[in-house]
Design a protein around this ligand. Sequence first.
Ligand code: ATP
Ligand code: MG
Length: 405
Amino acid sequence: MTIEPNEPIVYNHILVRFGELSTKGKNKKDFIKRLYTNVKNALSPYQKLTYERTHDRMYILLNGEDGEAVANVLKNVFGISSFSLAIRVPSQIEDIVAMGKRVAMEDDAQTFKIDTRRSDKRFPMISDEVNRAVAGAILKATSMKVDVKHPQLRLQIEIHETDTYLMKGRIAGSGGYPVGVGGKAMVMLSGGIDSPVAAYLTMKRGVAIECVHYASPPYTSARAQEKVLELARMVSGYQGHIRIHIVPFTDLQLAIYEHCDESYAITIMRRMMYRIAERLAKQQGALAIVNGESIGQVASQTLESMAVINSVIQMPVIRPVAAMDKLEIITLAKKLGTYETSILPFEDCCTIFTPKNPVTKPAIDKAEKMEQRFDYESLLDQCLQGITTMEIDPIAKTEEDEEYF
Ligand code: ATP
Ligand code: MG
């Protein structure tokens, strides 16, 4: 590629740096492959983009697409530590120096620093010699000064075998692992504040999710369900697609209120939710259940309650917000953009039959005895058979997206 001296510089590439790779050791190959797929899925609306990758970097060629719009999408893809808009030149010292000089001359900075990284050690100059060559040209052509501690312009140069990338600035990525490298979990998604945050934190650890929602029509309205679907759509962008299972929970819930003591109704209702979640998770190949429980938040979330509720299933239950306080969860929900939807005042199945004095320290034998008063197994079967499954897609789907499921 030759760039005529008078053409304005166009940052026509994005260089993507991977996150958290060092801790994953042998899984590095999976990590990169998955990240590559996820980035392409997330950017599928930008059809002119093309992609290249090496063992530790990924390059996106803009081909005329809007770099800023692409950057906004990349910020939400887990597994990226940072990325930069870049200009590509051939790996020849004359080209590198000429482009470094032009970048500096187009910038208003008074001070600068050059940071060269050589990924191809066969390049005939070491990094420091490249730094000096480029800095020398800039000092000659401009009135800028070198400042190694607090430069206004930090020009990064990455030399690879045939191409070299020049960049200024670095945009932070979301970190974490690419969604899908860590298997799949079933998230209990309510209309509240906590569970969308739990879903986000789970995906950030590389775990793909499906969601289960318990609805109790006509006690819960169609609008309450719309709200849950909207929350699912809001977090679906992090993995490109979300499947949500809506469980018809009314009959089971009414039976609980008919046969069990009021103070144990919530405990038993949650034991039923766990049982359904586990069976559904197994059906769908999910390895764990995730929910938005936070220690001490309500009566059913004391450690004693959690133990009695959790005891009905074997599968691990991940509670990403268990040790966060409500304000921390709210801050995260606001950052994700789910907060405003979560606080819409539509009734949830938990809020409808709220007993006056829910037990905070339930006894497991009491819960078991109450459950023996009715045939909950056939009601559980009914719930599972009545499930409606929906696919939530924030963006156009590509074939590779199918690989998640
Ligand atoms: P809030 O944000 O107001 O606490 P919440 O949705 O977290 O609301 P909780 O009663 O605290 O409601 O329920 C704890 C967890 O149980 C939720 O975070 C969610 O994971 C799960 N859960 C509760 N209700 C439902 C439901 N109707 N469908 C699916 N999961 C639910
Ligand atoms: Mg909660």
